[in-house]
Design a protein around this ligand. Structure first.
Ligand code: HEM
Length: 191
């Protein structure tokens, strides 16, 4: 039996593709082929509300980690939830981050390209003064909460598990990209 989203996916995916046996999952991916399929089907629901979900994610991030606000030149003055919810700058940044996640999630089927893309995004955070690798993990719970709010009833325990595996895989690789590029810049080959 498929996941809870099978019916939804069947109506949205090309039927020819469904008739073919799925390719084996890459052992480096934390998702089975079926989980990856469910993730892509569910993610369509997030993608339709990508800006709203991104704003929710950043409001949660700053609610739980107020000290991170100062890293963002454009939002450091946005102290209240109301200010954050109405800020065009925050909406724009949140949407960019969500599109990065979208690119990563849609690329999960090709793990080499996924690593190259996500690790590069991780490395670019060296341009942010005061940023630390562990900051990436602070977005894990806000991401899951924002996905839950947007998906409502569609955020079943199975989907929650798949979102957890997916965001952890993304965050691990953002950190790896950040740390590996620091090693290169410092000429440090031990990391
Ligand atoms: C899912 C995890 C994350 C992704 C995919 C991501 C992605 C990005 C991207 C694509 C940019 C460039 C935006 C642009 O071109 O304007 C960026 C910038 C930035 N990110 Fe992240 N990021 C993530 C997590 C975080 C976290 C947790 C922090 C918390 C401190 C953070 C802090 C920043 C800052 C301060 C900038 C610079 C913003 C600016 O200069 O306007 N990022 N991020």
């Amino acid at each position: 039996m498929g996941c809870e989203l099978t019916k939804l996916a069947a109506s949205e995916f090309n039927h020819d593709l469904l008739d073919r046996p799925p390719p084996p999952a890459d052992p480096r991916s934390p998702l089975t082929t079926k989980q990856q399929y469910c993730m892509l089907a569910s993610w369509k629901g997030i993608f339709r509300q990508i800006e709203k979900t991104g704003i929710l994610l950043f409001i949660k991030l700053f609610e739980e980690n107020e000290e991170l606000l100062h890293l963002f030149d454009k939002f450091s003055e946005l102290r209240t939830i109301e200010d954050q919810a109405q800020s065009e700058e925050l909406a724009e940044h949140a949407t960019k981050v969500m599109h990065t996640l979208d690119e990563g999630i849609k690329g999960l089927g090709d793990v080499d390209s996924f690593f190259a893309y996500i690790r590069h995004v991780g490395a670019t955070h060296h341009q942010v003064p005061g940023f630390k690798a562990e900051n990436f993990w602070k977005i894990e719970q806000p991401f899951l909460q924002a996905a839950k709010t947007t998906l409502g009833d569609r955020y079943t325990p199975n989907i929650e598990n798949i979102y957890k595996l997916t965001i952890r895989f993304i965050l691990e690789n953002l950190v790896k990209g950040y740390e590996d590029s620091a090693g290169k810049e410092n000429g440090d080959t031990q990391t």
